[in-house]
Ligand binder design. Structure first.
Ligand code: GLV
Ligand code: MG
Length: 307
């Protein structure tokens, strides 16, 4: 299947406490930016970060980018003030609110109701601001199906590997890459689980960060694994990771061209002129209705990437 929505091949983390980064991010070729009020911002800097984020959204030039703000999680004292200040201050300039460490559907419903109240109070279009839910603990993973169906505002399910690894007691400090001593991909189950929940509700699935920012080859390998499963994009923590993400989560030119060929050949074969065939040979490849659906996925991802 294809999941329409905003492009999110590269989702750039921008600390809300850094006015320098908030300025620089505007000129970078990331599909999405998320201005962070959570873990990249120290507790004593949270209040100022809210002001910086509101100013950056209202005064900055984010043309062509999806604009999200990550608020603090619902076990803290900061979440409600984050949401109220950011949406009251910059609602019309904001596409999504990202909620971290979601444990169950009630967290998403709280945000949905709160956004609705602020939209009504301000006379903003109701339901326009979307929600992105980060799954980064065992409870969130166990409840992910209910979370993914908790609000029509939901646009993405995001994996948060660092917090997730800490939450389940995973004995590694290497976030995003393979784990020495484990003979396989330790994230395979989690990624597939998130992807199934996301696709059940027509949401995008986004892979989390890769912390070794100078190891672009390692980033590319990790991104290639989740892109192969069907993930739509990945977080980037540094400008040096953006190009790799934009490339990896778009199909190769060869695959895109082949998909277009399948679509054309199948459309002809099933028509009156083509003899109303259900399955036909394209070169040495047997194609049928399922091939058409697979080709549609590749074609849609390619078009979204401007191919
Ligand atoms: C991201 O928030 C993570 O915990 O990996
Ligand atoms: Mg986290």
């Amino acid at each position: 299947m294809t999941v329409p929505g905003r492009p999110r091949r590269s989702c750039l983390a921008v600390p809300g406490s850094s006015t320098k980064m908030l300025g620089k991010a505007q000129g970078l070729p990331a599909d999405q930016v998320f201005l962070d009020l959570e873990d990249a911002v120290a507790p004593l800097a949270k209040a100022d970060a809210r002001k910086n984020v509101v100013a950056a959204l209202t005064e900055g030039d984010w043309a062509g980018k999806t604009r999200a703000v990550r608020v603090n999680d619902l076990t803290t004292q900061w979440t409600y003030r984050d949401v109220v200040d950011v949406v009251e201050g910059a609602g019309p300039h904001l596409d999504c609110v990202m909620l971290p460490k979601v444990r169950d559907a009630s967290h998403v419903r709280w945000l949905d109701l709160t956004l609705g109240q602020i939209e009504r109070a301000l006379g903003l279009e109701e339901g326009r601001i979307g929600i992105e839910a980060q799954i980064e603990n065992a409870a969130g993973l166990v409840h992910v199906d209910a979370i993914a169906g908790a609000s029509p505002r939901l646009e993405t399910i995001i994996f948060g590997p660092a917090d997730f690894m800490a939450s389940i007691g995973m004995r590694s400090l290497a976030v995003g890459g393979l784990i020495p001593g484990y003979p396989g991909d330790p994230y395979h189950y989690v990624l597939m689980r998130l992807l199934m929940a996301a696709r059940t509700h027509d949401l995008q699935a986004i892979d989390g960060p890769f912390l070794q920012i100078r190891d672009v080859a390692g980033f590319r390998e990790a991104a290639t694994r989740s892109a192969a499963l069907g993930f739509d994009g990945k977080w980037v923590l540094h400008p040096g990771q953006i190009e790799a993400a934009n490339e990896v989560y778009a199909p190769s030119q060869e695959d895109y061209d082949h998909a277009e060929l399948i679509l054309d050949a199948y459309a002809y074969a099933t028509s009156d002129a083509g003899g109303r065939a259900g399955a036909v040979l394209l070169g040495d490849e047997m194609i049928d209705e399922a091939s058409r659906k697979m080709a549609l996925v590749v074609s849609a991802k390619g078009r979204a990437a401007g191919m």
